[in-house]
Design a protein around this ligand. Sequence first.
Ligand code: GUN
Length: 289
Amino acid sequence: MQLIDGNKIAKEIKAEIAESTKKLIEKTGKTPKLTAILVGHDGGSESYVSFKMKDCQEVGFISDLIRFEDDVTEKELLDTIEKLNNDASVTGFIVQLPLPKHINEQKVIEAINPEKDVDGFHPTNVGKMTIGLPSFVSATPMGITLLLKRSGIETSGKNCVVIGRSNIVGRPLSILMSQKEMNCTVTVCHSATKNMKEICANADILISAMGKPNFVTADMVKEGAVVIDVGTTRMPSTETKSGFKLTGDVDFKNVADKCSYITPVPGGVGPMTRLSLLLNTLKAAEKTF
Ligand code: GUN
């Protein structure tokens, strides 16, 4: 079994981004800028956004955080998006999800100019990605394809099973894995799937994006399979300073020995997700500067 070290691969690509950014700044005199909108004080969102801002500084981007309290109105949010759409100094921006219940998330996503939608959530980007046109691809699916490529894992002609069909991960990932570049035969499993065990046990590449700790057990995994764990459930823990521990979807202890490759949680998909946002922001800058 080989452990896929997402931290190591992300660090290598980050150095490449920093180099490209330096060259772009020298050539154009402009610096890429990523703005994040954060609503409320959810622990997970707070920490994800602060990592994203830190990543920007490390590769030489300008970063900016706009914060709102939970009671922000939809109009205030839409007005801010409109300002960012029209602000030439902003290369790309994201609205950290989830948003409070009184705000229509889809309306917010659709208000973002697709050219600045470095999360790749706007239907224009999702549609373009689906038919293989240049677009911003959402960060986790993009990070996973990069992880597989950089690890030298053969994907062409393989059976790939994706567990989960969320708009952010499972659905776009299933499309990317079926396209020519990855060339897999893809099956998507979800809450209504029958024979989940049998389907998963037939996977050469099993990707779980379910958000249920230890959902993928050893009997669901084929000998020699590649297992990618997208789960990041925050479980209470006395072992860490923060009081919680990120827990994956895969019963790592019992599954790892059966795999040819497996990603750990943390340190597998997570760092690659953060990296993909940087790649999209650099791409936006290269296009518009
Ligand atoms: N919430 C969970 N993942 C993401 C992400 O990739 N982008 C945004 N904006 N919100 C998220």
